[in-house]
Design a protein around this ligand. Structure first.
Ligand code: SF4
Length: 403
């Protein structure tokens, strides 16, 4: 994650210590105490944020869904008892946060029980949801349990979103869910995947974010997984990615200068880090070198897939990240996650733990390796069949990355 508010607009935000190793403001869910909260461990020593796909079932049918989910029963999903055993292991392993995802996690009947159990074990729960099922009662329950964050997915303004999500009315239902969260004081924000369908509306999307007083917006780059593979041709061109970043930076800085409490982040393309650094340098910003140091502490893709983020799917398979579900290192029904995650006998797991020597092409010689780390390996694998080739979404020119 690249924090535009922190790095480009220069305002400290929640999560800075975990992301950049520096002390910053921390908002802790009222009345809850979480393990490891706010500690600035060295990036290489961090335990992974674990994405748990609690159910594959979903009430929407998004065109880019990485789990290819539908509204149907799927066999053999982890039971409640198996989920609690997983949580016990993750708590003992010391992970910084457990992200309840899906499908749509709120379609799992015991989701609240599992989340409450996780909080009881000292874990910090995050919900990744389409928001359409967050009634007033559900929002109150999320708040009571102590979710540290609820991320609601939207993929554009109303018409574009509903077409993208495959269900008419999804936008209004998601926004009702957002307002229900805000009403009860639940920390909540939006997640939006950038594609050629919505990138031209970015200014309108920022207007909407400001009108609705949305406190946090995460802009995701497209990853070609699940149904997302079928729309890889809708990924932004390199020129469009640069223009999108320029718009995101401009609008974020304007909001911060106007005193708006808004955190803006970009996700799933660590190239945004060096791009920001180059942009600050070009603008003559005195903060450019400080930003370089923060990005290098974070390490970008170097400490992401297989290190700082991992995934357990519906049936307990462990993957390098949520977008790489066709690569499995083991199953938590047979071995605990902590054992699977630290076992480097699989060449891919070993490579991900120390990836810089493996990088090929422009990534192998890039002068921004320390802050980007070769960005997203799964995108390189999808595009070329080789996980160590350059990320096709790297939009920096050969001249810019030349050592
Ligand atoms: S060439 Fe590779 S390491 Fe360098 S910025 Fe691009 S993706 Fe990152």
């Amino acid at each position: 994650m690249i924090n535009i508010t922190r790095l480009y607009a220069g305002r400290e935000t929640t999560g800075d210590p975990l992301r950049y190793g520096q002390e910053g403001p921390q908002k802790v869910a009222h009345g809850h105490h979480f393990q490891g909260h706010g500690k600035a461990r060295s990036a290489a020593e961090r335990r992974p944020v674990v994405v748990w796909n609690t159910t594959r079932r979903c009430n929407l049918r998004c065109v880019h869904c990485y789990t290819d989910s539908c509204n149907q029963d799927y066999p053999d999903e982890l039971s409640g008892a198996e989920g609690r055993a997983l949580i016990d292991d993750l708590a003992g392993f010391g992970i910084p946060a457990l992200l309840f995802s899906g499908g749509e996690p709120l379609m799992r009947p015991d989701l609240f029980d599992l989340a409450a159990y996780a909080v009881g074990k000292g874990l910090r729960p995050v919900l990744s949801t389409n928001g359409t099922l967050i009634t007033e009662a559900a929002a109150r329950r999320l708040k009571e349990i102590g979710f540290i964050y609820v991320g609601i997915s939207l993929d554009g303004l109303e018409g574009v979103n509903d077409e993208f999500r495959g269900v008419s009315g999804a936008f209004r239902q998601a926004m009702r869910g957002f307002r229900n969260c805000r009403e009860v004081g639940q920390r909540v924000g939006l997640r939006l995947t950038l594609t050629r369908r919505n990138v031209q509306d970015l200014d309108g999307i920022f207007d909407f974010i400001l009108e609705e007083k949305i406190p946090r917006a995460c802009f995701y780059h497209l990853v070609y997984s699940g149904r997302g593979r079928a729309i890889s041709d809708e990924d932004l061109t390199h020129a469009e990615s640069r223009a999108a970043l320029d718009t995101i930076c401009r609008r974020t800085r304007q909001a911060v200068e106007a005193g708006v409490d808004l955190d803006v982040l970009t996700v799933d393309n660590h190239v945004d880090g060096p791009y920001l650094y180059l942009k600050l340098r070009q603008e003559g910003s005195p903060r450019a070198e400080d930003v370089r140091r923060l990005l290098e502490w974070n390490g970008g893709g170097r400490f992401s897939t297989g290190v700082g983020i991992g995934c357990v799917d519906f049936v307990g398979n462990v993957h390098p990240d949520q977008f790489w579900q066709d690569k499995t290192f083991g199953n938590v029904r047979e071995r605990p996650f902590s054992a699977i995650w630290t076992d480097t006998t699989d060449p891919l797991m070993a490579g991900l733990k120390d990836r810089l020597p493996w990088l090929k092409g422009k990534c192998a010689t890039c002068r921004f390796q320390a802050m980007c780390g070769g960005s997203l390996r799964v995108r390189a694998f999808r595009a070329t069949g080789d996980p160590w080739m350059p990320d096709p979404a790297c939009y920096l020119t050969d001249t810019e990355v030349c050592p």
